[in-house]
Design a protein around this ligand. Structure first.
Ligand SMILES: C[S@@+](CC[C@H](N)C(=O)[O-])C[C@H]1O[C@@H](n2cnc3c(N)ncnc32)[C@H](O)[C@@H]1O
Length: 199
């Protein structure tokens, strides 16, 4: 290959700041050049009293985890799960500075295969598209089921989804309390709480 063209490609792929934030992302990663509006809406509704061990399912370059760490000082640990290794590498770089006292762990992992640990709270903007572009609500539903299994009794799932995605039936099976916290710009933010006998 022409070395000039190769260098141009490398340059285009170089990590850069997301908008005015301190976070780094790069082409190919979900919402790489902007904060996803759904994730921003969820971050604005994260309860400040989330405590204990948290997980971020489909963590991307780490935006939601960074917001969790900033807004919820009672968290002991945050585990990030992501199938895209390039996104997870960026999340590692991005979260170094905001971790504070919380322990961080990064899992290159298929969430649909289940989670290896139990959690007090889980956040997610679940994937809902195939690479070819069509809706894959089954993927999001599997994320929600796995979140229900991984939460301790009383544990809280905070999620954001496009308003039209049919997640309510899945949530009503795996969680005792489900409430919509917000709706804006075509997104809904939902809190689901796991009861003692759920799942
Ligand atoms: C809607 S994006 C949200 C990304 C990030 N949380 C944010 O707010 O910018 C969903 C993420 O899930 C990841 N993902 C898709 N399928 C996955 C799977 N089976 N296991 C883990 N992560 C997955 C995608 O790579 C993508 O980063």
């Amino acid at each position: 290959m022409n070395p000039g063209v190769a260098e141009q490609w490398r340059e285009l792929d170089r990590p850069s700041r997301v908008g005015k934030s301190d976070l780094l992302s790069r082409p190919g990663v979900f919402a790489w050049d902007r904060v996803d509006p759904g994730s921003r809406l969820l971050s604005e509704h994260l309860p400040a009293d989330l405590q204990g061990d948290a997980a971020d399912l489909g963590a991307g370059y780490g935006y939601l985890s960074a917001q969790l760490l900033r807004r919820c000082p009672g968290l002991r640990a945050v585990d990030l799960y992501e199938a895209d290794q390039r996104a997870l590498d960026l999340a590692r770089q991005n979260l170094g500075e905001v971790a504070g006292a919380a322990a961080l762990d990064f899992y290159w992992h298929d969430v649909c295969a289940g989670l290896p640990k139990k959690y007090d709270c889980i956040v997610s903007n679940p994937p809902f598209h195939a690479h070819t572009g069509e809706d894959r609500p089954d993927l999001g539903r599997t994320f929600l089921r796995q979140a229900g299994i991984a939460l301790r009794p009383g544990g809280r799932l905070l999620l954001v989804a496009n308003r039209h995605l049919p997640y309510e039936a899945t949530l009503s099976k795996g969680f005792s309390k489900v409430r919509q916290m917000a709706q804006a710009q075509g997104f809904k933010v939902i809190e689901a709480i796991r009861g003692a006998g759920d799942v």
